[in-house]
Design a protein around this ligand. Sequence first.
Ligand SMILES: [Zn+2]
Length: 197
Amino acid sequence: MLAPPLQRLVTELGKLPGIGNRTAQRLAFHILRASAEDAGALAEAIRDVKEKITLCEVCFNLAEGPRCTICLDERRDGGLICVVEEPGDVIPIERTHEYRGRYHVLGGALSPIDGVEPEDLRLGQLYARMDGVQEVVLATNPTTTGEATAMHIAAELHERSPEVAVTRLASGLPVGGDLEYADEVTLGRAFAGRRAL
Ligand SMILES: [Zn+2]
């Protein structure tokens, strides 16, 4: 029914999370009506994000260049590493202003059912960063897989680097929820009240 270029845009938009066919069509018509500048800026922003954003070579957070802004920031405490599942989890933690250390992004959580094993996460790279580290804060999601991941890392770190304190965010975070959706007051409190593992 739609002209092929328009149908193609609807199909592509429909692949985005939370966008059904009806919304995809509405967005496609909106883009069609937009000025050439606005539509071009959108296309360019999509291309740019894929070309310019990479993963930090140290912590695997999103970066523009080899290292992320947090790893490049000399004022951040290198003796403290906060472990999260995804790059998106760094943002809510930064918003709390409770944390001044560095990060390590695992790239997921352990889930044997889904075939995610320890070697699929950036665990070796974490264990290799323990030089000069006093504390590792495990801020994986308060879900079954997030908890399992925290327990696994805690056991490994106790074995490999017994001098490093391993802590977990305090409860108060919604169980089964994602860090990404926690409000900053709750998350800030969870940080302040982290406990040793
Ligand atoms: Zn980094």
